[in-house]
Design a protein around this ligand. Structure first.
Ligand SMILES: *[C@@H]1O[C@H](CO)[C@@H](O)[C@H](O)[C@H]1NC(C)=O
Ligand SMILES: *[C@@H]1O[C@H](CO)[C@@H](O)[C@H](O)[C@H]1NC(C)=O
Ligand SMILES: *[C@@H]1O[C@H](CO)[C@@H](O)[C@H](O)[C@H]1NC(C)=O
Ligand SMILES: *[C@@H]1O[C@H](CO)[C@@H](O)[C@H](O)[C@H]1NC(C)=O
Ligand SMILES: *[C@@H]1O[C@H](CO)[C@@H](O)[C@H](O)[C@H]1NC(C)=O
Length: 267
């Protein structure tokens, strides 16, 4: 059922295929050597370079660039173009991981690359490939907001993450002590590259994730321990990575209304 509706509304290029969700997640900005990340840029269909004057540069070594890890659960996702009852019937809740590289330059503008995704819903893996042309893989995943743990199990390895909240409760966006979260808002300003399967022009497209931080949106800083086993994160080597939380290159738990736009021309 949802597949048929999906075909009807999203494969017609003129239709609006915006999706609204409530994103509950842990977001992490972590620096990595550009020499490692270059592999993701090289595999991209377009020419991209690192923006060395990005706002996080002063918190990193010169040879580093931030990676944006999203350990997401997307709740109650609905296609906004559908009549309310159909939108409700086709509602989706799923776990997804996104590896993103913000602050890349294409045509003299900031752009984000999403070179690797995992999702625990075959329908969404399919949709992500066809509608956005992003390399999503189907995996066994778990997001546990009571135990503060997140895991991905895939044929190429494992990701195990544990978080330690630095304050007892999530607090509204903008609360005292949360100013360092603004780096995540800034990193989401630029659109990301999409490569839709049914693009008439065969051109690279753009799409945006719009987070409404003025709607009740809750955040809190967390410490992170990330264990990677095998080559599940491709260019990111296996090993243990930590993040102390309340920093521009930090780690935060979020609960925020979100919208994923249809693809549009980048210029
Ligand atoms: C939509 O579906 C959810 C369950 O998935 C239900 O809780 C909710 O009441 C429904 N909303 C409407 C307007 O039917
Ligand atoms: C690099 O990033 C900065 C800060 O986001 C931005 O102002 C600037 O336009 C970007 N440079 C290019 C060439 O896109
Ligand atoms: C990560 O690995 C370390 C060392 O093996 C271990 O002590 C820790 O419990 C692991 N953490 C997670 C979240 O798997
Ligand atoms: C954000 O949410 C608030 C409250 O629900 C709403 O009034 C506002 O229009 C939303 N803003 C955007 C840009 O969607
Ligand atoms: C915000 O980040 C800066 C830079 O890492 C740090 O010095 C500061 O203590 C952080 N603010 C809070 C409230 O932890």
């Amino acid at each position: 059922m949802s597949m048929i509706i999906f075909f009807l509304f999203c494969f017609i290029p003129i239709s609006n295929c915006d999706i609204t969700c409530r994103t509950t997640s842990w977001w992490v900005l972590q620096p990595f050597p550009k020499s490692l990340l270059q592999q993701f840029l090289d595999e991209s269909k377009v020419t991209l370079t690192f923006n060395t004057s990005n706002p996080l540069a002063r918190f990193m070594q010169d040879d580093e660039h931030p990676v944006y890890f999203e350990f997401n659960k997307q709740n109650d996702c609905e296609y906004t173009a559908l009549p309310p009852i159909l939108a409700n019937i086709t509602e989706q809740t799923f776990v997804e991981f996104k590896l993103e590289i913000p602050y890349l330059i294409q045509n003299n503008k900031n752009i984000m690359l999403k070179p690797l995704l995992y999702q625990n819903s075959l329908l969404n893996v399919f949709a992500t490939h066809v509608v956005y042309g992003l390399p999503a893989n189907f995996a066994t995943m778990n997001a546990d907001f009571d135990k503060n743990t997140y895991s991905i199990s895939y044929e190429k390895g494992l990701v195990d993450v544990s978080f330690e909240p630095l304050i007892p409760n999530l607090v509204p966006f903008g609360s005292p002590g949360t100013a360092n979260f603004s780096s995540f808002v800034d990193a989401n300003v630029s659109p990301w590259l999409a490569f839709p399967f049914f693009s008439l022009s065969h051109n690279t497209k753009c799409a945006s994730n719009i987070y409404n931080f003025t709607a009740p949106a809750l955040i809190r800083p967390v410490k992170m321990v990330l264990n990677i086993t095998g080559n599940i994160l491709e260019a990111i080597p296996s090993g243990t990575y930590t993040n102390e939380g309340n920093h521009p290159l930090g780690a935060w738990q979020i609960d925020v209304p979100s919208k994923i736009t249809s693809t549009y021309g980048c210029d």
